[in-house]
Design a binder for this molecule. Structure first.
Ligand code: B12
Ligand code: SF4
Length: 495
């Protein structure tokens, strides 16, 4: 039997504090094999250094597993990178438990494993889903005092793990987390119904993280998990964290029907693709408690939807938003602006159409954060703008040349005109203190749901900027993590 301490390292609380269910999945798996397991969750820590030290001294772990979710906040130009904090946490683990075997895993790690392993100096780094491979390695340490199997390369890198049969796995050990606090301050508890994504949007990491085939959980087991959280913790609002909740459609319908059949009085939200959506699907979603949906629209102009390799067109987006209005489902458009081929014309069309669709809220990200092994990475590498190696933990964003000078100012202006537009990169319409006050009043679900559509007849002016400037390849940006006072380099690429 080993003593396994999982450290959920995320401290980001915008837009909400998020229960670290990745660590809770791992915790359920180690515990099921008889290892004494605890999660130290840094999310609400006042001083994680003091708390983590105390947790290690008290628990005396044989094995520590650091779970890292975010590399950065992807909010160009105001980017915060979390590497320093992760390094400090590793330092504390090494100092307080010098004999413990130190692992790292999580989505951030899986995106840049070689770089993280080098920068963190851990014993092992597990890429991808950790439930199986991590537990096998813990078992080996238990039996032999060390890992003897051929799991890792010489740097400690453990290659992608993927759980083939999700139903054979366990539900996340929510009891290892402070569910009540997350529910009170974050307004929902997360549930995963499937892994993987079949779509091939050009910039997206999700197929890299979870694979390009969808693996689904048995609808009954998903709803069992919902019911248990409801009974044990009084949770009545859920966030389906699947990359895309509504594909395959049959699976989504079965989950909704099971919720309806059990007459659970819950509400929920999810990421939804306009592709393959039908009104019948939205109706059954609504009947099962769907209060809102977040469309991964990205762009609202056909040339840009094509450029980003999206699987729907402008007409389909209008269609799904109409159904939302008819069925009283609130919705947000997540936009990613400035991709290859973006012009002032396409940008303006996106803004106009988004406003026309009367969205409750719009979250607009400026520029495309580059990740390795995505079609977009291939595009920029082929054009000689960067190399695979240069794409890494230090965030690098692609912004098309035509809109590069002026896009930030323009979106700032749009968000001033429409206060239902949230632009994280310029901190527009993101008021943390207001968000906290609202939560204290017991509001559930994503906070953007509180915003209301703004009428079409107040469209913003044509963008003021627009003349392509000289190519910028090394623009300085400031990273403002809590403990991170150093200045890092943000590279902005254009073609
Ligand atoms: C759903 C989601 C959201 C929802 C969360 C809602 C909720 N209540 O949970 C919302 C919209 C709020 C959100 C917000 C943000 N998100 Co988000 N989100 C996701 C998404 C799609 C799923 C996350 C999830 O729950 N997965 C399910 C769990 C079970 O998987 P997991 O945590 O990865 O854990 C598994 C493995 O990683 C591994 N593992 C995990 N820990 C450990 C530890 C050890 C020791 C081992 C061995 C293995 C291991 O095993 C686990 C089980 O298989 C991911 C993309 C993805 N597909 O991963 C992005 C993702 C995590 N988000 C990302 C980002 C950036 C953000 C934001 C910063 C964006 C923003 N500016 O607002 C915020 C941050 C919010 C916060 N407070 O931290 C990025 C992180 C990458 C990066 N660049 O940093 C991701 C990867 C998407 C991307 N762009 O690629 N997000
Ligand atoms: S953006 Fe959404 S639909 Fe497209 S590949 Fe990523 S997860 Fe799949």
């Amino acid at each position: 039997m080993q003593r396994v301490l999982l450290v959920a390292a995320n401290q980001e609380r915008m837009p909400d504090p998020i229960p670290p269910i990745g660590a809770a999945y791992i915790g359920a798996a180690t515990r099921a094999r008889g290892h004494v397991t605890k999660i130290y969750d840094a999310c609400f820590a006042v001083d994680y250094g003091v708390e983590l030290t105390a947790a290690i001294q008290e628990f005396k772990p044989d094995i520590i597993g650091l779970s890292i979710r975010n590399v950065d906040n992807v909010a160009f130009p105001n980017v915060t990178c979390y590497l320093d904090r992760y390094q400090k946490m590793v330092g504390i683990c090494r100092a307080e438990a010098p004999d413990a075997t130190l692992f790292v895993g999580g989505s951030a790690f899986s995106l840049f494993p070689e770089e993280f392993i080098e920068k963190l100096g851990v014993d092992y780094g597990v890429v991808g889903e950790g439930e199986n491979v991590f537990v096998e390695m813990v078992d080996e340490i238990d039996k032999h005092g060390k890992v003897i199997g051929d799991y890792a390369d010489e740097t400690g890198l453990v290659l992608p793990g993927q759980v083939k049969d999700l139903d054979a796995g366990l539900s996340p050990a929510l009891d290892l987390l402070d569910v009540s606090r997350y529910f009170a301050e974050g307004g929902s508890i997360n549930i995963q119904t499937r892994r993987g994504c079949v779509y091939k949007c050009s910039y997206c990491t999700y197929p890299v993280l979870e694979g390009n085939k969808v693996r689904m959980r048995e609808p009954e087991l998903v709803v069992d998990e919902i019911e248990e959280a409801q009974k044990k913790h009084g949770v009545d609002f859920f966030f389906f964290v699947d990359n895309v909740f509504n594909f395959p459609v049959k699976h989504s319908v079965e989950i909704c029907e099971e919720i309806i059949r059990r007459d659970l009085n819950i509400r929920w939200t999810a990421y939804v693709t306009p592709a393959k959506s039908t009104r019948e699907l939205f109706e059954v979603m609504k009947r099962s408690g769907c209060q809102s949906m977040d469309f991964g629209t990205d762009a609202f102009s056909n040339p840009m939807l094509k450029s980003l390799q999206k699987s729907f067109d402008v007409d389909q987006v209008f269609r799904v938003t109409e159904w939302c209005h008819d069925l009283d489902i609130r919705f947000n458009h997540s936009l990613i602006l400035g991709g290859p081929g973006e012009t002032w014309e396409t940008l303006k069309e996106t803004v106009e159409n988004t406003v026309k669709s009367k969205a409750n809220a719009v979250i607009a990200i400026i520029g495309l954060r580059l990740y390795r092994d995505t079609p977009l990475a291939k595009y920029v590498i082929e054009r000689g703008l960067t190399t695979r190696e240069q794409i890494g933990i230090t965030p690098m964003f692609y912004i098309s040349e035509e809109v590069r000078d002026g896009i930030t100012e323009y979106l700032s202006e749009v968000a001033t005109t429409y206060n239902n537009w949230i632009v994280p990169g310029v901190k527009k319409n993101m008021n943390e203190r207001y968000f906290k006050r609202v939560r204290r009043r017991g509001v559930r679900g994503p906070l953007w749901e509180l915003l209301d559509p703004i009428e079409y007849d107040t469209l913003p002016n044509q963008p003021a900027a627009g003349a392509p400037g000289e190519i910028v390849t090394n623009r300085r940006g400031i990273f403002r993590g809590e403990e991170d006072t150093s200045e890092h380099e943000v590279t902005e690429l254009t073609d």
